[in-house]
Every structure is written in structure tokens, then in C-alpha cells.
Ligand binder design. Structure first.
Ligand code: B4P
Length: 196
């Protein structure tokens, strides 16, 4: 299996690049943001709980997203690998993910970390808010709260994978095709090495 984490602050292009990467490398795309938005649209108990956090730009509690990922791993036993988009977002989620994968005799091969300046992130998310209908994109106060959450809780996830030399920084500015090419160059190299 080849398992990768696409990492970066809100608006860094994770969702955008993930769609292209899973098509090229035949990986299973697991976006906790998308899974949570599906729960919200279905008005499930989990969705109603998550909505309260997401609307304010806060992270949803760890146990909620870890449970969703656990189910998704169990439901996809035959895939070539997973692309984790927006997960893990806390050090606890990272530890749990390592544990879940090790029980399946696999691991994270790489974390590709998109680097984008803060003002560019805000510009992208405000622009998406004009058309997406996403409650968390429409308001600059909420966008800034998401970026604060990222620095407070999510940046530590990169430290976790630094310990095992799994982090590769990728410039996330420029046009979507250029960034995709940069990501593919890293993945192609790592797939040759095939190390866990
Ligand atoms: P997500 O759905 O993961 O949303 P996001 O991090 O804000 O970024 P996203 O992936 O959507 O945007 P992208 O960078 O692709 O999370 C939403 C919320 O769910 C979180 O705030 C949290 O509350 C909750 N949540 C999710 N996972 C969780 C977890 N593990 N634990 C706890 N809570 C969790 O793109 C942004 C925009 O930029 C797009 O409009 C795109 O078109 C544009 N763009 C992309 N690349 C560009 C480029 N190169 N140039 C110009 N624009 C570009």
C-alpha cells in the first residue's frame, strides 16, 4: 500500500490537489471535511454535533473524526492506498492513525505539506465563500479562527511525522497545474523507494 497525507492550512489546496492525485495514483480519497459535510447534509446526530464546531471554525472533537476514519479504513480493504486530506489534524489523531494503520500492517509513507502564505489563504477562502455556500468560508472572522486552530493544534501533526522523516515541504503557491506537478514529482520518487 502507498498511504499519503496531504497536509496544510485551510485553503492551501488540499481538496483541490487531492481530487487530481487520487485519479492519477488510484488511491482512496479520505477527506474528513467532506465526510463531515455529508453527515451535516443528512442531518445525522454526528452531523448536527459537528456543525456546531465547524460553523465557528473550530475543530470537531478527535473521537468523532477518528471513528469516521476507522470505519472508512475497514470499509475499503482492497485499495492500493489512502490519501488522507484534512486528517490527521491534531497530535492525538496522528497517533491514532499510526496505530490503526499498523494494525493493518501498513503505515504512512509520506506527508506532503503545502506551504502557502496567510494572506493568500484568506484570499482563496473568501473567494470560495462567494459561491460554495459553505458556512465556514463566508465570513473572514471564521476563516481567521480556522487558521488560528491550525497553528494551535494542527501544526503539531507535522512535528509528529518529522520524527520519522516523513515530511516533505511543497510550495503551494502558483497555479493548480504547477503545484500538481510538484506533488507528483515527490510521489513518483517515493513510490520508487517504497519504504514504510
Ligand atoms: P476541510 O474540508 O478539510 O477544509 P479546509 O482545510 O478549510 O480546506 P479545503 O481542503 O476545503 O480547501 P482547499 O485547500 O482545497 O475542513 C473543514 C472543517 O471541517 C474544519 O475547519 C473542521 O471544523 C472540520 N474538520 C475537518 N477535518 C477535521 C479533523 N481531522 N479534525 C477535526 N475537525 C475537522 O482550497 C481552498 C480554495 O482555494 C478553493 O476554493 C480552491 O479552488 C482554491 N485554490 C486551491 N488551489 C489554488 C491555487 N493554486 N491558486 C488559487 N486558488 C486555489
Amino acid at each position: 500500500m502507498f498511504n499519503l497525507i496531504l497536509f496544510g492550512p485551510p485553503g492551501s489546496g488540499k481538496g483541490t490537489q487531492s481530487e487530481r492525485l487520487v485519479a492519477k495514483y488510484h488511491l482512496k480519497h479520505l477527506s474528513t471535511g467532506d465526510l463531515l459535510r455529508t453527515e451535516i447534509s443528512r442531518k445525522t446526530v454526528l452531523g448536527l454535533e459537528a456543525k456546531k464546531f465547524m460553523e465557528q471554525g473550530f475543530l470537531v472533537p478527535d473521537e468523532v473524526v477518528i471513528g469516521m476514519i476507522n470505519d472508512a479504513l475497514d470499509n475499503n480493504p482492497e485499495v492500493a492506498g489512502f490519501l488522507f486530506d484534512g486528517f490527521p489534524r491534531t497530535a492525538i489523531q496522528a497517533e491514532e492513525l499510526d496505530e490503526l494503520l499498523s494494525r493493518k500492517n501498513t503505515c504512512i509513507n509520506v506527508m506532503l505539506a503545502l506551504q502557502v502564505r496567510e494572506e493568500e489563504l484568506i484570499k482563496r477562502l473568501v473567494k470560495r465563500g462567494e459561491t460554495s455556500g459553505r458556512a465556514d468560508d463566508g465570513n473572514e472572522v471564521v476563516i481567521r479562527a480556522r487558521i488560528v486552530e491550525y497553528h494551535l493544534k494542527t501544526a503539531a501533526v507535522a512535528d509528529h511525522y518529522e520524527k520519522t522523516n516523513k515530511v516533505v515541504m511543497v510550495n503551494g503557491e502558483g497555479n493548480v497545474d504547477e503545484i500538481f506537478d510538484r506533488l507528483c514529482a515527490e510521489i513518483d520518487q517515493l513510490m520508487k523507494e517504497d519504504k514504510c
